[in-house]
Each structure stands twice: as structure tokens, then as C-alpha cells.
Design a protein around this ligand. Structure first.
Ligand SMILES: [Zn+2]
Length: 232
């Protein structure tokens, strides 16, 4: 027996929500989707990409997974959903931006310190994609926040292992972005790729060349990120 609340929500969409977007959906069907941005975010229920971007149908191509992680482009056997989404977005939709958006209080990052149940074999293997971001310290709130941010950088680096991504970044046709969403404050910190720091928007706009304080301290080499910025 389906959850009646789910059916109530469906009915509300059909009767109240869809009519407001009917013209938009008709256009998106007639003309096809042409999103300019691939948003790669965590499956966490508190991440709401359309709210973050203040946008709607047709605006974002979205790939979500546990931890906003990027698998390597290694051509190994298997079913690579996130890799397929990246290829579709870049090669068929020809997006101009890829955002990797991590967030505070991420269960995936915590899972690197508190391993999931033994039965969760796929989850445990998947989380290894963030292992190199882990700091050898106790899992304090501050440490987790730093690891969450370090993982975003790690995933962006791995994104560059996709040939179609690397070539378009090199040609200035595609730009990669690292965002860190602080759920409790609604603040999004943006990675300054050339400096390897996550900074608030107001610092980006007011003094983008001089961030006031590093969010990811010295143990991460800023030179790793310079290639993410694309040509000047
Ligand atoms: Zn998460």
C-alpha cells in the first residue's frame, strides 16, 4: 500500500504546481533541454540545488550521489552512473559549467571515520573515493569541515581525469567550480582554484585576490588546483 502522503503530494503537483509551469515544460519539450550547468551534489536531503541556484525546470543537469564523489575515468567494467552523467552533460548537452557541491555535516565524510555497516559493501567501497581527503586526526566538527572541503578539491582533480573534461577546460569551453554549502547558515563558500581556499561570496566580490583567511590549511598544496581554473 503506497504511503498516502506520497500520493497527496503527487496530486498537489498535478493540480497546483504543474499548471504554473505548463508553458515552461511545453517549451522544454518542444525545444529540448539546454542546461548550461552540470550540478554534482550529495544525495543529502538538505541539499536543494534549485533553491541554491534560484532556478527551475531546464536550468540544471543534476547528478547526485552519496558524498558528491567523482569516480575515476578508468574504463573499468561495471555500471558507472556518475561517469555516464558527466559524459552526457559534457558531450551531448555541452554544458559550460560543472559544479561539485559539498556540504557541512556530510554523512559520507563522517562515514570515513565511522565505517558503515558491514552489509553496506557498495557504500564502503564508494566512500573510498574521498579517502585521500581524510586527515589523521580525531573527527571533530572542525576536522570534518576541513575534510569535506578537501574532498571537493579531490573530486575536482579527479574530474580532470575525464579526457572530454580536461580538453574543454583547456580550451576555455568548460569551467569547473567547487562549492561548499553550510547548511545551518545558508552560506556557500566558493573555491578559489588558484589559491586553494574556500571563501564566502562577499569576499569573492569585494576582494577576490586577497582572501582573509585560508579555509583549508597548508597541508593541501595549492598548486594541485591551479589547473581547475581554466585559461585566463
Ligand atoms: Zn553529504
Amino acid at each position: 500500500m503506497p504511503d498516502p502522503e506520497l500520493l497527496r503530494r503527487l496530486a498537489r503537483f498535478e493540480k497546483q504546481v504543474f499548471p504554473r509551469y505548463k508553458t515552461t515544460f511545453r517549451r522544454l519539450v518542444d525545444e529540448g533541454q539546454q542546461p548550461k550547468t552540470l550540478f554534482i551534489g550529495c544525495s543529502d536531503s538538505r541539499i536543494v540545488p534549485f533553491a541554491l541556484m534560484d532556478c527551475g525546470p531546464g536550468d540544471l543537469f543534476i547528478a547526485r550521489n552519496v558524498g558528491n564523489l567523482i569516480p575515476p575515468w578508468d574504463m573499468s567494467a561495471g555500471f558507472h552512473g556518475t561517469a555516464a552523467a558527466i559524459e552526457f552533460a559534457v558531450l551531448q548537452l555541452q554544458v559550460q559549467n560543472i559544479i561539485v557541491c559539498g556540504h557541512s555535516h556530510c554523512g559520507a565524510i563522517r562515514g570515513l571515520y565511522e565505517p558503515p555497516p558491514a552489509e553496506a559493501t557498495h557504500l564502503a567501497a564508494w566512500l573510498e573515493l574521498a579517502r585521500d581527503a581524510v586527515l589523521p586526526v580525531r573527527a571533530s566538527p572542525e576536522a570534518l569541515r576541513r575534510v569535506e572541503q578537501r574532498s571537493i578539491v579531490l573530486q575536482l582533480e579527479r574530474l580532470l581525469s575525464y579526457p572530454m573534461v580536461a580538453s574543454r577546460v583547456q580550451q576555455g569551453e568548460l569551467f569547473l567550480h567547487g562549492w561548499y554549502y553550510v547548511i545551518e547558515s545558508g552560506q556557500v563558500l566558493v573555491l578559489e582554484a588558484d589559491k586553494g581556499r574556500f571563501v564566502p561570496l562577499d569576499e569573492l566580490a569585494a576582494a577576490p585576490a586577497v582572501p582573509s583567511s585560508p579555509a583549508t590549511p597548508a597541508e593541501v598544496d595549492a598548486s594541485h588546483w591551479s589547473s581547475l581554473a581554466g585559461p585566463a
